[in-house]
Design a protein around this ligand. Sequence first.
Ligand SMILES: *Cc1c(COP(=O)(O)O)cnc(C)c1O
Length: 463
Amino acid sequence: MSRSAHPAGPRHADVMPEGHYSAPPSDLNALDSRVWARTVSRTPQGAVTVGGLDVRQLAEEFGTPAYFLDESDFRARCRAWRDAFGDEADVFYAGKAFLSRAVVRWLYEEGLNLDVCSQGELTTALAAGMPAERIALHGNNKSTEEIRRAIEAGVGRIVLDSFQEIVRVAHIADRLGRRQPVQIRVTVGVEAHTHEFIATAHEDQKFGIALADGQAAEAVRRVLQLESLELVGIHSHIGSQIFDTSGFEVAAHRVVELLRQVRDEHGVELPEIDLGGGLGIAYTPEDDPREPQEIAKALGAIVTRECEGAGLAVPRLSVEPGRAIAGPTAFTLYEVGTVKPLEGLRTYVSVDGGMSDNIRTALYDAQYTVSLVSRASDAGPMLTRVVGKHCESGDIVVRDAFMPADLAPGDLIAVPATGAYCRSMASNYNHALRPPVVAVRDGEARVIVRRETEADLMSLDVG
Ligand SMILES: *Cc1c(COP(=O)(O)O)cnc(C)c1O
């Protein structure tokens, strides 16, 4: 069974089937290093610290709910990916996981490139000084304005997603007098999530141009005819929260087959291949992600073997991890507001945030863990559901969690592994004020995205 279900996966009813949750952990105070950022630990006195700072003081200073991001962990993960892939490959961080100007500077300093998929992300990247040639523009429906701004800025690549976009990008580049490097995003008929993948001939989804029926080959033909476009490679992205490289293996096989076809038909060997992102992280201790080093080795070997088989020079490889860099580096800190035992069922623990700061549980049935962090407790376990304060019964942050039975209003609890797709998907539902992101490093905490204020809300509401 999948451990973190996917958008396309099954939604289950509100009542949990028997045995869905595992037995309570032997030590409710223990912090599993697989799901917590690297500098998080519990002091002998009982409270949890990150980067050497006590969460109670952080709550005092920055309020709750808030995301606390371990900057040294984030940078270390960037370096691990960079070093694993070495000089023969490029790592593009997928900005949609979480992007801010501080993050862009860390990426720049640690030698990573950046994927953006909207004008807002492009603006953020450029504002923070990311050189345009290290930026790639993605998206299945880029506006003409987005395309124009990207070309004008000089982005390193635009990833073409449809036949219409080929013409659109070519036209805009032509008008600007530029020759724009592009890749073509192909759908290879592989859909991978968690531990399984499905290989099919066709893929029923909105992204990319199908390899099936010669569609992608036709796209290549058209791009090669357009003088304002420089076709540098083929792009494939097969899914999210993937633990296994077998799906990438099938994708690489099919992409290399296209490269061979392009060489045979046009006498051109395309110099780049991008295998996308989607590499999994541990949301719960049962998840067992592979290290960047291992992934790099496996992907490199797959691409080399496929190219040798096809008699092609090995193209430059790129990958696009988002979640695998940002996800594990942050936790969300909440204050418990109410504790409501439902006899014979479970105890509902309401926190001061919810689906507005973490939509993933409601949207994908994502699984998280949660810990009491303002103190340790000797109390026995109680089965809880951590819920938010929004007007939806589906407003669930953690569906099943064992918490100490003495949990009480005013306690601080934290949900780890919320660094990706939480703040970036946050909403103002119920006019919630979106929480800040606070970067913590070596005993210092600094707001990198401030908390929204009522003035922010009112400034958008023009009456
Ligand atoms: C979302 C996305 C990624 C990153 O996915 P993660 O699961 O965060 O690694 C990479 N490439 C493309 C094209 C994407 O759409």
